[in-house]
Design a protein around this ligand. Structure first.
Ligand SMILES: [Zn+2]
Length: 138
């Protein structure tokens, strides 16, 4: 079973590569334009995440993936790193692993020339930096 943080990170990483979230079995497609702003997720991404969580991820899945978000929260699935591209991917905990990775339909992926998707960085170091700079200004 994947944790909330894992699932959130999973969506954030794939959104950064332009993968869409299929909402309600195809009734809509969600893709926040910007996922990360400085050291935090954008309000746009948070709103999208809230929307997914509000229905327990039911019938929502990442384009090209066979696991719904609801599945990821079940004991049958977890999230691990893709062997090919190190992106977070759904993995079956018990049973047969489907061979398709969400990255397999991206022609230009893995791509070392693109900035790798990431999580927001901790702001503590940055804050320390700023307060140091303010101190030396006096
Ligand atoms: Zn992959």
């Amino acid at each position: 079973m994947a944790s909330t943080t894992q699932v959130k990170t999973y969506l954030a990483h794939w959104f950064q590569l332009g993968k869409k979230l299929i909402w309600n079995n195809g009734k809509a497609e969600l893709l926040p334009e910007k996922v990360i702003q400085g050291d935090r997720f954008t309000p746009e991404f948070e709103a999208c995440w809230e929307k997914v969580i509000s229905i327990g991820g039911k019938d929502c899945y990442l384009e090209g993936s066979s696991a719904t978000i609801e599945d990821l929260f079940s004991s049958a699935w977890t999230i691990d790193q893709c062997a090919r591209c190190a992106m977070p991917v759904p993995v079956v905990e018990v049973g047969t692993q489907p061979l398709d990775c969400a990255c397999s339909d991206l022609d230009n992926w893995p791509n070392t020339e693109l900035p790798a998707p990431r999580s927001p960085v901790s702001s503590q170091a940055q804050l320390d930096n700023i307060s140091e700079r303010l101190k030396t200004k006096k």
